[in-house]
Design a protein. Sequence first.
Length: 147
Amino acid sequence: MPYRRKTWREKLADDKGLPKIGRVEGTMRKSWGTGSMVIPAPREVDAMIRKVRKGRTATINELRSALARKHGVNVCCPITTGIFAWIAAHAAAEDEAEGKVRVTPWWRVLKDGGKLNPKYPGGVREQGRRLRAEGHRIVAGKIVSKT
């Protein structure tokens, strides 16, 4: 049987036994501190992105903080959260390609410091276009204000 690559929506729906709660240990302590950590499920990250309303933005670290609070832990894994936000963005692009209009608003999620994310569908150009359409002002690949 030939290998079939999973769609972005299939990747988003595959929770892989997540979320998981564990301890921050070893070399992770240097970057993330001490205590407990959650590795969120992909659909949890998608659900957090869906809460960002039109005209608003959130950074990936704000999503991580909300997920940590939800699970009652000190920190949410930055690596998986970023990967799952990327998967959610591409799953939304698949939905749009099929004509759906209510999709996860991935363009509202920024990197730290308000920077646009080149890994999202269409890169910073598309993310910037969508943010400007919602009234944001962007200078040098970074959101600077809501007009």
